[in-house]
Design a protein around this ligand. Structure first.
Ligand SMILES: Cc1cc2nc3c(=O)[nH]c(=O)nc-3n(C[C@H](O)[C@H](O)[C@H](O)COP(=O)(O)OP(=O)(O)OC[C@H]3O[C@@H](n4cnc5c(N)ncnc54)[C@H](O)[C@@H]3O)c2cc1C
Length: 289
């Protein structure tokens, strides 16, 4: 029996490869395998409708679960591929076991660039890329009063707009001199800066976050305990963090927030969605300043 095609990655690219192969008449086995424990879903709503509570998990699925059965696509969710054994034409699963292939498709997407500054591991410093991360941010948003978004790209601004529309005090910190500098012209950056500012978002460009300060608190606060349980490793109990940033123009150190510390649960949502090759090329926007 032929091994068929193994597709690694259950994001949009992996899903569409499997669907298109079937639509184009491919008859061999197809295995679609990914490390996320869900059937393939759309990421765009994670910073928009899903975050705002307008869409649920089911409505962001790329296709209902039955699609994979109906199209004879062997969907394996929650499994990470640890190695490709090219000579044997098979992949090795991190959890053990191997899958043979005739053709192998790598649709492994990108990962968030993580911050390597003091305090980046504090409670309330969250990342947005996956469904789980969006769920945690959504929970935190319900309780938070002030939000700091590090990264003034599309996703950061979408998150800022969503948080602002929920009545939160929002600051966006962008390391480069203008918003969305890699993808839009200066006139568009200016337009969006004015738009977000007019809606009450505090936009800081040319500022690099150098430190997030706070303590790993042990307060017996019901709200904290609940958040800890639901938000996994990056949401350890902690007192609210303060953001320390260095502004390119003034060269001064600024501290943001810390006005109502006991009420602020989400202090920084770190939103980065950049291809790996860009991360390597620019050496990291935060370090460049
Ligand atoms: C919050 C957010 C909002 C967005 N909004 C928009 C928008 O409005 N418009 C737009 O055009 N784009 C938007 N995007 C970008 C768009 O979602 C991405 O371009 C798209 O998800 C890329 O799909 P992909 O399949 O290439 O990669 P990914 O979605 O990254 O999927 C790759 C998958 O491979 C899995 N994987 C990686 N390594 C392994 C391994 N070794 N073993 C098993 N599995 C592995 C990953 O877990 C992941 O599930 C948004 C992205 C995010 C995060």
């Amino acid at each position: 029996m032929p091994a068929g095609t193994v597709i690694v990655g259950t994001g949009q690219a992996g899903f569409q490869t499997a669907a298109s192969l079937r639509a184009e008449g491919y008859l061999e086995p197809i295995t679609l395998i990914g490390e996320e424990p869900h059937i393939p879903y759309q990421r765009p709503p994670l910073s928009k409708g899903f975050l705002m509570g307008k869409q649920d998990t089911e409505s962001i699925e790329l296709r209902p679960g039955a699609f994979y059965h109906d199209h004879q696509i062997n969907l394996i969710a929650g499994r990470r591929i640890a190695a490709i054994e090219c000579a044997e034409r098979r992949v090795r699963l991190a959890a053990g076991g191997r899958l043979p292939y005739d053709a192998l498709v790598l649709a492994v997407g990108a990962r968030n660039r993580t911050l390597s500054i003091p305090g980046a591991d504090l409670d309330g410093v969250l990342y947005l890329r996956s469904l789980e991360e969006s769920i945690v941010i959504k929970e935190r948003l319900a309780e938070a009063e002030e939000i700091v978004v590090i990264g003034g790209g599309f996703i950061g601004l979408e998150l800022a707009a969503a948080a602002r529309s929920l009545g939160k005090a929002v600051t966006v910190i962008e390391a480069l001199p203008r918003l969305m500098p890699r993808v839009v012209a200066p006139v568009i950056s200016d337009f969006f800066r004015e738009l977000h500012t007019s809606r009450g978002v505090n936009v800081l460009c040319g500022c690099a976050v150098s430190e997030i300060s706070g303590a790993h608190g042990r307060r017996k606060n019901l709200r904290h305990r609940r958040l800890c349980r639901s938000s996994q490793s990056i949401c350890r109990r902690a007192r609210p963090a303060r953001i320390r940033s260095k502004c390119r123009r003034s060269g001064t150190m600024r501290r943001r927030g810390n006005r109502r510390p006991q009420r602020v649960l989400l202090r920084a949502a770190v939103v980065l969605d950049r291809p790996i090759r860009d991360q390597a090329a620019d050496g990291g926007a935060f370090r460049r300043i």
